[in-house]
Design a protein around this ligand. Structure first.
Ligand code: F3S
Length: 386
């Protein structure tokens, strides 16, 4: 790989041994993927926000970074908190290092947004910006909906890029890897974007799917992308006539698509039937909900009482806005818990709640014992509609 003099200087130790090690890590990462150079990044997003025991090495490295007084070089946001103070098990057993980890992240200069939906307000990339983000759902939204460019970086690689300010140029940073590969047709009467994303992830795995035109809104794009990036390794999708790199089918494909897949209403419905049963708990918000999303949902709970524990998981600053709205109190009165945590982390160690119903394709994929329902299925399970 050819390095610029500034990069070479950092690698040789001109900015201290910790920075040299971070630069060496970034360079080796790039070499492994055939990158020819490093490029400056506009922002970073870190996924390592859970203070769990297996992150011992990660925490030690952050300690070394803080001991040298190093800070992030670019605006850097971070993923949600895990809900470590929700109960004794989470505090003592699951996330014993949480407070220390957050102190370390603050010391290196992160923006304390604590959300995977960083692209809404805290860290908004422009078209063409090169990024070093981790968190698959955020990477996918930045690539697909905003036209920015990031690979799916790992925990620690995101930190190394953030403190050096560089990332290797390969994969989704290059034009040739952003072209459409598979065409997706839809024979769907009632759209369920989260289920569609889940099924697409399973079927296209790591290809770049191009969906025929459908007027998805921003919330649907968020939830569809989050699911697609979990059940598959999709980091970029296009929607004909909607997302910025797909004004029409002709311009998004180099040649003919390698395959055409049709997703039907029956396919969507099949996801709801994989493990039918009675829900012990209902969870909304993975990726976390934004203000507009929670307003639409909250009005269904007005004047009702939930019959099973129900969680709304929200972006912290969107929750702050929601607290000012009259629906906030009404939602609490209905018995809903409104949280700013990642439900996956908060619920991974749990006692007594075996059967969790969710409208999130991402949570369905990752959370042991979760089942999928449309929003209406979930509302029925809560007992607020019949
Ligand atoms: Fe976000 Fe946690 Fe879901 S990081 S996408 S709320 S698993």
């Amino acid at each position: 790989m050819k390095l610029e003099p500034e990069q070479e200087g950092i690698l040789k130790g001109g900015n201290g041994w910790i920075m040299a090690k971070a630069m060496e890590t970034v360079v080796r990462y790039g070499e492994a993927f055939g990158a020819k150079r490093l490029v400056p990044i506009k922002s970073a997003h870190l996924a390592g926000t859970f203070g769990i025991g297996p992150f011992r090495a990660y925490i030690q490295i952050l300690q070394q970074i803080t001991s040298e007084g190093l800070k992030v070089k670019v605006p850097t946001t971070v993923n949600p908190r895990p809900g470590y103070n929700l109960n004794l098990i989470n505090r003592r057993i699951a996330f014993p290092k949480q407070e220390h980890l957050e102190w370390l992240l603050k010391s290196i200069g992160i923006t304390p947004n604590y959300s995977c939906v960083c692209y809404e307000k805290a860290n908004v990339p422009s078209f063409g910006d090169r990024l070093a983000w981790a968190e698959s759902s955020a990477v996918q939204f930045a690539n697909s909906v905003l036209g920015a460019r990031s690979n799916r970086n790992s925990i620690l690689m995101d930190v190394c890029c953030s403190i050096t300010g560089f990332t290797p140029e390969f994969g989704y940073l290059l034009d040739r890897h952003r072209r459409g590969q598979m065409l997706i047709r839809m024979d769907i009467r009632k759209m369920d974007a989260s289920a569609l994303g889940y099924l697409l992830g399973e079927r296209v795995v790591d290809k770049v799917p191009v969906l025929e035109h459908y007027p998805f809104n921003r919330i649907e794009l968020k939830n569809m992308g989050g699911a697609m990036a979990a059940s598959g390794g999709v980091a970029l999708f296009h929607v004909e006539g909607l997302t910025p790199e797909a004004p029409d089918l002709k311009s998004v494909f180099d040649a003919q698509p390698s395959a055409t897949i049709t997703i039907t209403q029956k396919d969507l419905d099949s996801l709801r039937l994989r493990r039918p049963g009675v829900a012990d708990m209902v969870v909304f918000g993975c990726p976390q909900m934004i203000y507009e999303e929670v307003l639409g949902l909250a009005e269904k709970f007005t004047g009702k009482k939930v019959r099973v524990p129900t969680w709304f998981c929200m972006v912290p600053h969107e929750l702050a806005l929601f607290r000012e709205h009259e629906l906030y109190g009404k939602t609490l009165d209905a018995g809903v818990s409104i949280l700013e945590y990642c439900p996956l982390a908060a619920l991974s160690l749990r006692l007594g709640k075996k059967h969790i119903l969710t409208s999130s394709g991402k949570l369905l994929y990752y959370l042991k014992g979760a089942d999928y329902g449309t929003e209406d299925d979930c509302l029925k399970a809560c007992g607020v509609i019949s």
